[in-house]
Write a protein that binds this ligand. Structure first.
Ligand code: ATP
Ligand code: MG
Length: 436
């Protein structure tokens, strides 16, 4: 029989990876907690119209990347390709926006039918933040700072924050006309993709990955030049705030985001260590989306980062600096205690002790092989446990176990009374027992 495989672009996370993922998630949660954010969890499946309306028909995501199907009730459903539209839908559906500004975060799998490669999958995992009902330029800087501080804290190297302003809808309409006219005059130099986008989503041409197009665009008019005086002043304020926060940034007048709902501040955090998929985090202001999804006009700002790309960066950072914070994230936890046990009576006693010590808060690995003592000791060493608790039938008979310190080459194993063990609440208690 042929061995079944996961779908292309859908990846398993094995224990060695989930360990690191959990560490990153807990650092992120802690940052969010300190910033007063609350978690929101929305379904993976939504009505297709949510994304068509929210993200925009002319975007790559909606145009060619969605997992869409008709369910048994004849509804068109889509596996969420991103989190923002769902978060806004949920906030509207449950009236959260009438309760004042919402500072939310989410984490979970997203689905896009793309060509899989390093840092690009069909199911990938995003962690994101959405501030709803907060409109000041200052909040743009605050939310960008949250992403920056988190990535820096994780120990990721070589980060560059690029920012741009996409202005207002009017700014973009004006610029769109200028850009289309400029590109029409050079249509012979455009590739098929760009020619297709010329009238559907011309701003996206700025984001083209084709080097010939990027080269051509060097001389194109920029969106920044087309911004109104007010939009420029607003953007200036965001920059002053970022400077006050001592967050280094670069202006990138060609930065446009892939989703239609962005306006004013847009940003990406990239790293030179990611190759072609250089963007680890992206986001910006999307003041029009809540209204577009049927709510009252509500300012909003958010970002998301991709866990897979972040993991690639952490691996790189850990290999460069084995003692840095990225390396600590990938380290496995050591058991406090490895229980070596052999013999009919001893094994039952060991089972009960392990159970009690775990309940007391210790990390306990119970050898369940029934193998010879020397084999079990080898495994205890490999587990990197601090202590071994040794129980054979003789010890069990006497109501004793022996405790051996594994971090030094000592042969000494000290007897301790088993009936005292359940009173322990940490490892130091064990040591005290030996001394008594
Ligand atoms: P890209 O230009 O790389 O396609 P994007 O603009 O489509 O990115 P966003 O929609 O802004 O990406 O998503 C935010 C982040 O989610 C990205 O910066 C990236 O880290 C991650 N991401 C997006 N698509 C994928 C994917 N297919 N596989 C893995 N991570 C992804
Ligand atoms: Mg994309």
């Amino acid at each position: 029989m042929t061995q079944l495989q996961s779908l292309r672009g859908m990846v398993d996370l094995l224990p060695e990876q989930t360990r690191c993922w959990q560490a990153v998630e807990s650092v992120a949660r802690d940052h969010f907690r300190r910033a007063g954010l609350q978690e929101i969890r929305t379904p993976l499946l939504e009505v297709t119209e949510l994304f068509a309306r929210g993200i925009g028909e002319a975007t790559d995501v909606v145009g060619k990347e969605m997992y869409t199907f008709v369910d048994r009730g004849d509804r068109s459903c889509t596996l969420r390709p991103e989190g923002t539209a769902s978060v806004v839908r949920a906030a509207l559906q449950h009236g959260l926006l009438s309760q004042g500004p919402q500072r939310l975060w989410y984490g979970g799998p997203m689905f896009r039918y793309e060509r899989p490669q390093a840092g690009r999958q069909r199911q990938f995992y995003q962690i994101g933040v959405e501030y709803l009902g907060v409109g000041s330029p200052r909040s743009d800087a605050e939310v960008i700072a949250l992403a920056w501080a988190l990535l820096v804290d994780l120990g990721v190297q070589g980060l560059v924050l690029e920012i741009n302003s996409l202005g207002t809808l009017q700014d973009r309409q004006k610029y769109r006309e200028e850009l289309v006219a400029w590109l029409e005059a050079r249509s012979d130099q455009l590739d098929d993709d760009s020619r297709k986008r010329l009238y559907t989503n011309p701003l996206r041409i700025l984001d083209s990955k084709n080097p010939a197009i990027s080269e051509l665009l060097q001389d194109a008019p920029t969106l920044f030049e087309a911004l109104s005086v007010e939009s420029k002043a607003r953007f200036e304020e965001v920059q002053v705030d970022l400077e006050a926060l001592q967050i280094p940034f670069q202006l990138n007048p060609r930065l446009v985001r892939g989703l239609d709902y962005y306006g004013h501040t847009a940003f990406e955090i990239t790293s030179d260590q990611l190759g072609a998929q250089a963007t680890v985090c992206g986001g910006g202001r999307y003041d029009g989306l809540v209204e577009q999804l049927g709510g009252a006009p509500t300012p909003a700002f958010g970002w998301a980062f991709g866990m897979e790309r972040l993991m690639l960066l952490l691996e790189a950072a850990a290999s460069i600096n084995p003692n840095g914070s990225a390396a600590r994230l990938t380290a496995s936890t050591r058991p406090d205690l490895y229980v070596v046990n052999r013999g009919e009576q001893a094994e039952r006693v060991a089972l009960v002790i392990a159970h009690q010590l775990r309940a007391a808060g210790l990390v306990v690995e119970l050898d369940s092989s029934g193998a010879a003592f020397n084999k079990q000791f080898k495994r205890a060493g490999r587990s990197r446990a601090t202590w071994a608790l040794v129980i054979g039938d003789d010890e069990a008979e006497r109501g004793e176990a022996r405790l051996k310190y594994l971090q030094e080459a000592t042969t000494q194993a000290n007897p301790i009374p088993i009936d005292q063990l359940h009173r322990l609440d940490d490892v130091t208690g064990l040591v005290r027992l030996v001394r008594e």
